[in-house]
Design a protein around this ligand. Structure first.
Ligand code: AMP
Ligand code: MG
Length: 343
């Protein structure tokens, strides 16, 4: 019989393999990190200039078993103490997801533990459980390399989509801009470091507004073109100023939508997540808008902003309590929109 979280000390294992990070986390009581391990195939992907799904999947196969063993050892825990195993089932790279799910199923059968299906984006948001108890309703902002959007978070498993990017993700815009400035991947941290050294403001880059669309939607694909046009006309570009311009354009676009959403919907907190949430300039602006609305803005520590196994374990904790399970017959679910559409 399935043991509930209480009987098993509320210990959850999380497995994440949706993209190029293989990650495992072990969390108790929905907030205590007992073990964690992350391995990235980014180094092996470098020579291809992007993520090759097959390379990602092969790396997951090679490193995942070792990471699971390492995390249990770190925590001095036995498989029998685990209440359930959470695994990212989508969205992401199909073959990469399949490796994590197959491993999770094998462990579940071998250990006799239940499985919990975890939505990758929802897991990112749950990283905020490490910042304190999550309150509802709240505004959830996801800004990562693959996704960017805003949700009204009304309760566990109850999200309503407010707005999304219609083209590139915020992190993707920073990564592409960074490449134009001759910076390596990932571009976001490099842009942030370089922007800090700018001796003055850079030119204003246009923020995409979607004509006739939802005021909460975003568009970042024009930024790269705008930056390229400016660079083409500038024989001695001041890269630091342009890095600042790019960062400000992305931060402005995101914060503007957050502010609009806070004016329109009642929220008791703002929760940010995803790799770009590690950006200090964005964090400062989020804190400022939230403060203006009399609430707090929360951002996980940088290593819990990017892909990690801890966030999957946290999502599994809350998902398991809400009755979510994963059947042994289920395959990866991608694409998989998060939350219900706004009416
Ligand atoms: P994720 O897709 O959530 O794994 O996050 C990766 C994305 O976050 C990449 O596009 C990075 O460039 C971006 N990123 C990571 N750290 C920062 C930072 N400090 N500032 C801005 N972007 C960042
Ligand atoms: Mg991610």
């Amino acid at each position: 019989m399935d043991q509930g979280p209480d009987e098993a000390g509320q210990l959850y294992l999380g497995i994440e393999t949706s993209c190029d990070e293989t990650a495992v986390g072990l969390v108790s009581s929905g907030r205590n990190v007992e073990g964690e391990a992350v391995a990235s195939s980014a180094g092996k992907q470098d020579r291809y200039g992007g993520i090759v799904p097959e390379v990602a999947a092969r790396e997951h196969v090679a490193v995942l078993p070792g990471l699971v063993a390492a995390v249990l050892q770190q925590a001095h825990r036995q498989p029998q103490e685990i209440a359930a195993i959470g695994v990212t089932t989508g969205p992401g790279l199909f073959g990469a997801l399949l490796v994590g799910m197959t491993a999770a199923k094998a462990l579940a059968v071998a250990w006799g533990r239940p499985l919990v299906a975890v939505h990758h984006l929802e897991a990112h948001l749950y990283a905020n459980a490490l910042t304190g108890p999550i309150v509802f309703p709240s505004l959830a902002l996801l800004v990562s390399g693959g996704h960017t959007g805003l949700w009204l978070w009304r309760g566990h498993g109850d999200l309503v989509r407010i707005g999304e990017t219609l083209d590139d993700a915020a992190g993707e815009a920073l990564d592409k801009g960074a490449r134009l400035l001759g910076l390596g991947y990932p571009g976001g941290p490099a842009i942030e470091r370089l922007a800090l050294t700018a001796q003055g403001p850079g030119p204003r880059l246009p923020i995409g507004h979607i004509r006739g669309g939802s005021p909460y939607d975003m568009s970042f694909s024009g930024l790269k073109t705008a930056l390229r046009q400016i660079l083409d006309r500038d024989p001695t570009p001041d890269a630091a100023r342009y890095a600042l311009s790019l960062q400000e354009a992305v931060v402005d676009a995101v914060v503007e939508r957050v502010e609009l959403a806070l004016d329109a919907f009642s929220a008791r907190a703002v929760y940010a997540a995803g790799g770009v949430a590690a950006n200090r300039a964005l964090q400062e602006r989020l804190h400022a808008v939230a403060r203006k609305h009399g609430i707090g803005a929360f951002v996980p520590e940088p290593r819990y902003c990017t892909d990690n196994g801890v966030m999957v374990a946290l999502a599994a904790h809350y998902g398991f309590s809400a009755g979510i399970r994963l059947s042994l017959e289920a395959g990866p679910r991608t694409p998989w929109p998060l939350g219900s559409a706004r009416v």
